[in-house]
Design a protein around this ligand. Sequence first.
Ligand code: LLP
Length: 422
Amino acid sequence: MKKLPGAPFVARRGAELCLEGVPLDRLGADFGTPVFAYSGGAIAAALTAYQRALQGRRHLLCYAVKANSNLALLRRFATNGCGFDIVSGGELQRVLEAGATADRVVFSGVGKSRAEMVLALHSGVRCFNVESDSELSLLSDVAVAEGMTAAVSLRVNPDVDPRTHPYISTGLRGNKFGIAHDQAVATYRRAASMPGIRVAGIDCHIGSQITTIEPYLEALDRLLDLVEAVEREGIALHHLDLGGGLGIIYTDEEPPDPGVLIAAMLARIDQRGHGHREILVEPGRSLVGNAGVLVTTALVLKKGQERNFCVVDAAMNDLIRPALYDAWMAIEPCLLRSEPAATWDVVGPICESGDWLGRDRELAVREGDRLTVLSAGAYAMSMASNYNSRGRAAEVLVEGDRTTLIRRRETIDDLLAPERLG
Ligand code: LLP
């Protein structure tokens, strides 16, 4: 039997597709569909891989909240000693609500508003990852006005190709992210002279769904060159923030284990004489992506002249990755049927041709059957919308054979509440 993405936490037991000890067909029946389910065991295992590799180092593992921001998951990360990488005031309020302490939070993002800066300063976030000269000036002004000092690391753009999808590569010269490598020393000089700023470290993030170690090491070398140049100016850099970006398995990718990636980076850091620095990492997808699935129901089977459509009750508003990135995500029947498979385009009910979850899939499926999209723990629910006035799906945490509803399905009342007839 083929190994499924998410194994061993996602596995077939006979005909039944299970997440840990729970058959997903039953989960779909119990909670309704579409429904996201996450394996607590898979998340814990991914976290342990990072934590083991970082053991014995001064470090802070900052989970990138944007990958999946459900409060119950954030709570588990917080109680397991994680910090958080946030990109908005909303994410800050989420992690505080989940029990995080702000001194374990780093604030990333290319456009922070004044109000978000004030909120973050007063909450006591550990560091702002600053991405431009004008952000630096604004942050210094805001901090002075509030009678505070902002700890800062500059996010530098190393101009390295992460060899991933162009929408999710962020460390190339042509991207909107970071401060250009050859301007970074000048910006550090400015930062060190500003009244509201305290220079704390350096930061770099080159992209997402990266499946090889080489781009990381290339970026790291360029980062360390900069660290040396900045310190020659008499500006001390306390920590190195290595960003996130490690890929997961959607189909046949073979990303390195987090432990292997971190070990390779630490070895390079030591080799170059920077082993004394505190290490920050910001993984998102690799902590939750393979832990999650989306269970959906086949509503209509439509055999066409050119293509066969299996219309399911999940759509691009629930899972936009196929539509947005042409992403391939595995789709499995919850219960295997013995009859012969046909080729289907698995599509949602939304009024757009771009509303598809998978194309040309070999499936034995009948109307009413439940299907599961695998590797849907990251950038799925967190990117969901209410397009077509569809309430967002429910979310369930699976631990062993226990299921816990961690977000109820949105109702039409939830959707209408902010609106007025005028
Ligand atoms: N740190 C920063 C500054 C980031 O921008 C990101 C992701 C991360 C950390 C976490 O990266 P990860 O470990 O999750 O790769 N929606 C896209 C992915 C967008 C990633 C954005 N930044 C997708 O579905 O593939």
